[in-house]
Write a protein that binds this ligand. Structure first.
Ligand SMILES: [Cu+2]
Length: 470
């Protein structure tokens, strides 16, 4: 990583704030060099080369911040700054984040570690960092005005505490929170257990990401920070499908996925083909007796959940928020429901006036994914992302959980699409169609009888003046 070059480049972009007298040479000598990330790709896990060993996490479309060991203290340097985040190929957002990206880097430490975090503020306004879920001295909790003065623009503050309990945490500003979180300022934090823990399993794959949301008008680059509920980009780590990396694992791996919610609404996160247990929250590991199997878990605002399961079914499994509006991208929310409305005649007339006019939605909204419609600049299609059999018709909070027999341990690369073994895929029925049997037909029950397929079913059609069955 060309961290120094990137950092100097970023410093140059920020108007030379770092090169100026704000950071004195003596202070610079004691500050750990900030590492800046310029890519939105999922980075390989960062294996520790100092301090206690642990099995690192993989941050979806993110990375773990390297540290410097200084007399037994792990030192990190976070730089709060404006960033450009690619939300999916074809769309860039102007966000605020840390060290070049939004969300910021994941911080990984071990239970009992002494941690010192330098926070440099390159935003145009003051900020602070709250370490969500941590046990720490009150003055390190990061609520500006309550626990500390806010960090003025251009200044560096130092937080220092012991990572007292193992678990899943996050960090975010507690200063002009509404603006700064709407702009993407947040990051993940994992404290690994220092020794075998009765409630914390060792896993083969450990993924993490944050749920966040933005309101960016089609054609625009900067979020509308005043939006309270009507967001149009529902994101995992500031990415939308098909820009979210797949979660690639080997068959029979024990998998843990850690998720934190910093949006303004809850997200029922759902996995296909497997059942999981919630093994931890931001309050710590859950007692074994409190765990039950499920396939969807709701994550409320400000909550974190870690789910665990054995990936024992090969395939490409959908993994997504179950609020269907959260699995699509911008546009469409103001479109009236047109199902069943045939407006072809109107379209023809309109075409003579407005050549670009398109009728949308009369057969459902699936046409949207196929439409070669001219979109505004820097705007993603509402439903997008192709699979091996056509459009997946999803956007937003959607990814694919890929389980393969031959995915090597430690290999997180995309193995491509799953090849369905012969005879294991839904297929088209080629026989004769049957007439539908309706439950209100006289003398008929709703349950089909065991009619042989080659003998036609007799159906009495009840005449009705106000119902026309086609
Ligand atoms: Cu959702």
């Amino acid at each position: 990583m060309n961290s120094r070059r990137d950092f100097l480049k970023m410093a140059g972009l920020a108007g030379g704030a770092v090169a100026s007298s704000l950071v004195h040479k003596s202070a610079l000598a004691s500050l750990p060099e900030p590492v800046i990330q310029t890519s939105a790709d999922t980075m390989d896990p960062l294996y520790p080369d100092t301090g206690r060993p642990y099995n690192p996490v993989v941050t979806l479309n993110g990375w773990t911040l390297p540290w410097r060991m200084n007399k037994g203290v792990k030192e990190f340097h976070l730089v709060a700054e404006p960033v450009q985040r690619e939300m999916a190929p074809g769309m860039i957002a102007n966000l605020w984040g840390y060290n070049g990206q939004s969300p910021g880097p994941t911080i990984e430490v071990v239970e009992g570690d002494r941690v010192r975090i330098f926070v440099t503020n390159h935003l145009p306004e003051h900020t602070s960092i709250h370490w969500h879920g941590q046990r720490l001295p009150n003055g390190m909790d990061g609520v500006s005005g309550l626990n500390q003065p806010a960090i003025p623009a251009g200044k560096t503050f130092v937080y220092e505490f012991e990572a007292r309990r193992p678990g899943t945490f996050m960090y975010h500003p507690h200063a002009d929170e509404m603006t700064q979180m709407a702009m993407g300022m947040m990051g993940f934090w994992v404290t690994h257990p220092k020794k075998k823990h009765p409630l914390i399993n060792e896993v083969d794959r450990d993924f993490c990401f944050l749920l966040n949301a933005y309101d960016i008008e089609p054609g625009a680059y900067t979020p509308n920070i005043m939006t309270m509920t009507d967001f149009n980009l529902w994101t995992w780590n500031s990415r939308v499908f098909p820009g979210i990396s797949p979660l690639c694992v080997r068959k029979d791996d024990r998998v843990r996925i850690r998720i934190g919610n910093l949006t303004m609404t809850n997200h029922p996160i759902h996995i296909h083909g497997h059942e999981f247990e919630v093994t931890g929250t931001d309050g710590g590991p859950t007692p074994k007796g409190s765990r039950w199997p499920e396939v969807t878990t709701d994550i409320a605002v400000g909550q974190m959940r870690q789910i665990e399961f054995i990936a024992d079914e090969v395939g490409d499994w959908a993994f997504h928020c179950h609020k269907s509006h959260h699995a699509m991208n911008a546009m469409g929310h103001d479109v009236p429901t047109m199902i069943g409305v045939d407006h072809r005649g109107v379209t023809q007339k309109l075409h003579s006036l407005v050549p670009d006019y398109m009728a949308m939605g009369e057969r459902g909204m699936a046409d949207m994914s196929e439409m070669q419609m001219a979109l505004p600049e820097n705007t993603l299609p509402m439903m997008t992302g192709d699979g091996p059999y056509g459009s997946v018709e999803m956007g937003g909070m959607f990814s694919v959980f890929k389980v393969r027999e031959d995915q090597k341990p430690g290999d997180y690369s995309d193995p491509g699409w799953f090849q369905q073994p012969a005879g294991t895929q839904a297929y088209e029925y080629q026989g004769e169609p049957l007439k539908p049997r309706r439950s209100n037909d006289p003398g008929q029950s709703a349950m089909p009888t065991t009619q042989p397929i080659d003998s036609p079913v007799e159906v009495n059609v009840k005449k009705s003046s106000n119902h026309n069955h086609h």
